[in-house]
Design a protein around this ligand. Structure first.
Ligand SMILES: [Fe+2]
Ligand SMILES: [Fe+2]
Length: 185
């Protein structure tokens, strides 16, 4: 598996959570109850997996390596990398807003449903096109300029990064959370 394939595999798991979040949004809009456990799992997944495991690999390893290929990448791709990094921060901010809204919802705050809805909609509005930009534009451009040695090193760096966070067990834990969330809907 090449390093970009590792990221694309991670995208597949996050894509499944996007679908779950859309279902939660529909329920909130229809004024239906959503179990607190569903919210906690979603927030845990966004922060622990989408942000720490996935976005950190992109920023700290892949995008970092791209700085050595500045001249080979178009201005558009370089601008897009800056946008992607900014969006990682915004996505995390919206996950934190979701978390605050969930706490308020649990306390019975009447405005909490709207707060969660805003956070959920903003998160999806940013992150779905974010994934598409990576898959259609930025990742292919990067693959084109990386040498075989760099790809091998990147793959090892990705694996080392995962090991620090608990290795395969952590990936299994998040895959289980996604399975459970899908079963809940
Ligand atoms: Fe990203
Ligand atoms: Fe990504």
């Amino acid at each position: 598996m090449y390093p970009i394939d590792i990221l694309l595999e991670e995208h597949k798991l996050v894509d499944r959570v996007f679908e779950i979040i859309e279902k939660v949004r529909d329920k909130l809009e229809d004024k239906e109850e959503v179990p607190a456990t569903v919210f906690w799992k979603i927030v845990d997944f966004i922060r622990g997996y989408a942000d720490v495991i996935h976005h950190s690999k992109e920023e700290d390893i892949l995008f970092d390596q791209m700085r050595e290929h500045d001249e080979e990448l178009s201005d558009d791709v370089q601008d897009n990398i800056a946008v992607l990094i900014e969006e990682h921060i915004e996505g995390l901010d919206y996950a934190n807003e979701m978390h605050k809204g969930i706490r308020a919802y649990r306390r019975g705050d009447p405005d909490a449903r709207e707060e969660i809805l805003d956070a959920v909609n903003n998160y999806l509005k940013i992150m779905k096109p974010h994934f598409k930009m990576e898959e259609d534009d930025v990742f292919p451009a990067m693959v084109g300029v990386l040498s075989k040695e760099e790809k091998d090193k990147m793959k090892a760096d990705f694996e080392r990064f995962d090991e620090i966070l608990g290795g395969k067990e952590v990936h299994k834990r998040y895959a289980k959370i996604v399975d459970e969330l899908e079963k809940a809907f």
